[in-house]
Design a binder for this molecule. Sequence first.
Ligand code: F0G
Length: 403
Amino acid sequence: MYRLKCIKCSEEYPHDKQTFICEKCQGLLEVSIDIDKVSADKDTFDKRPIGVWRYREFLPVGEGAKIITLKEGGTPLYPGENIQKKIGLDDLYIKNEGANPTGSFKDRGMTLGLTKALEFKATGVCCASTGNTSASLAAYAAKANLKCLVILPAGKIAVGKLAQAILHGAKVVAIRGNFDDALKLVRAASEKFDIYLLNSINPWRLEGQKTAAFEIIDQLGWQAPDRIIVPVGNCGNISAIWKGFKEFYNYGLIDKLPKMTGIQAEGASPVAQAFKEGKDDVVPFNNPDTIATAIRIGAPVNAPKALAAVKESGGLLETVTDEEILNAQTLLACLEGIGVEPASAASIAGLVKLTKSSEIDTSEKIVCITTGHALKDPEAIFSRFEKPIEIEPDIEELEKILD
Ligand code: F0G
């Protein structure tokens, strides 16, 4: 019912083939599911709790597979009433992926990733990461009882994420280099030491991430929004979410598709630049830089998938500055009560920018995806907000400092 297929030359490989890259043309692979052989409907899903595995028929795992789960997904879809009013929109929602077990959307991918790793009889798993992937992989590897190696750019990982990877018992290696260097190294390590690679170049992992689209449709009462806005780094998530929408559309569960809108931080925006220049070739940024460390990536591996998602859907890619990102983080926290890390706030920063420039129609039904929890990166908060005022435990002293 499912196999691997090259997105460039359409070459197919059996589902148990151990490769992530087309052997013929070096193109990226995706999982191709025979949608006409799927048998499930809204009632089938309704009998199960909301979350990744509610949509099991659309997930490429064998019948008897041992499923590694921490009950990921089922994240809230909030109406963004206050932001909507402030910036003049009619119908805004926020899908808060920070509510996943390890605090980011990566958990959707890792439940599939570790389930497949066991199916493929892996004894260890590995990834390079800007932080969240490593936190998630470490937790799911612990649950699956597999060894875990994570390679991180030294000094560039938000402290909450690093703490998680260490706590869950991963072997944590920091390299003198950036994320792109870490990814190169871990790909070599995966081959040399036969450790299963779980970066987003792994198409099985993205199958879990596509369930964010399924849940949005489900939570909106079986309809698709007009637009999805999502932060973009290595380009896996936007591609996965688009695949999810297409599958439910092809299966007949929705009758239209949303415009996929990807937001990159200006200092790490090679894909948005290529899109704006109308090019398919993405020119890497050699020294990517942004406060949004999660998306500080100069050479995104899934760029061709993301560009295809944006073009096929009639969407767009936009950049936002660090200042716009931090303002959006504050807006979400103080108007909606949703605490997110800077990279997460890129979707809201993009929303604000595109509304101002009238690229978004104010009547659209829009879902902004916030990808990671505020506590992942406490330093990004402490560095710009007032520290607590210290006083004696005395009512007069308290009165003096209250407005
Ligand atoms: N938002 C957050 C919070 C992330 O951690 C990431 C990616 C993204 C957005 C971008 O998603 O790469 O699929 O386009 N973080 C990866 C990591 C790279 O290692 O944790 P993408």
